[in-house]
Design a binder for this molecule. Sequence first.
Ligand code: ATP
Ligand code: LTN
Length: 325
Amino acid sequence: MKKRIFSGAQPTGELHIGNYLGALKNWVALQDKYESFYCIVNLHAVTLPQDPKTLRQKTLDLARIYLAAGLDPERSTIFIQSDVPAHAELTWVLSCIARMGELERMTQFKDKGKGNTERAGVGLFTYPILMAADILLYQTDLVPVGQDQKQHLELTRDLAERFNRDFGETFKVPEPYIPPVGANILSLQDPTKKMSKSDENAAGAIFLLDDADTITKKIKRAVTDSGTEINFDENRPAIRNLLTIYQLLTGKTADECVAHFVGKGYGQLKGELAEATVEFLRPFQERVKQYDDDSLRKILDDGADKASSVASTTLKTVYERMGFN
Ligand code: ATP
Ligand code: LTN
């Protein structure tokens, strides 16, 4: 039996190169070795206000991006979270064993709630419980995510262990898979922050659907550090970030990248990085256009059927353990 993977992304904003390098790229690489479930997490999306028409469109757009990135519906189950009601149902059960204190410690809530807990939605606060339900329903072994999700994974593990202890062995306790390189791609404008789709400053992120001109401009305008050397020095996060993106897009080793830029200036690094990014994204952007809405719906409906059968088995056991049936 193959081990299982579960992961997902939110159908909000535009996916950027950080989402790709930190998550999607690894999903594609792991889909052969694992039985994989890749979800479009629209229930998570509504923890912040969304326009329904836009959300519907973004959901299909994200499915296109999954496929163009190389997820194969023959090998991976690709589906929309709201199509499988067990996600919301298990969330309720887990909400009753999660503690206020452990949710209050989640840094993403503090960031996205902008420190104003009076005004923040309750869903934004309980969001990590929904994420735990996503993962635990599939008896997941491995969860490939970027660095920013590490804390949510720890909560997921804690909830699984608590439920197993209190109600009997029910859930597999999942491991995170955080890639050694690329798990935290930084903003091109502010390398103290991660590259983010919700950043007000669009110049900080290279979006997967940006055109060649925009990509080149963003990279040329990226902030740099003082000094002139091009290496992976942790104290020079801006250059390290540009070099990391270059490394991952070209497939070179870290040493090869450093050797390649010895004696060259920041301008050269930016020029070559822009070229590598444009070259990488061109065929990807061609593939995105290939999928019409009808064929996407078919893939997503099939995915929801497969996901439902696994999820409902786990939920049934949970309900039995709880004394519901
Ligand atoms: P954002 O903060 O950009 O709005 P998100 O993390 O809220 O993004 P998702 O689209 O759901 O939204 O994230 C999908 C995946 O991309 C997650 O596994 C996340 O860890 C990863 N990811 C997000 N930003 C980065 C980044 N800057 N570097 C590496 N991985 C990232
Ligand atoms: N919380 C994640 C998206 C997400 C997810 C998941 C990732 C929702 N459910 C389950 C991995 C596994 C985010 O905001 N990036």
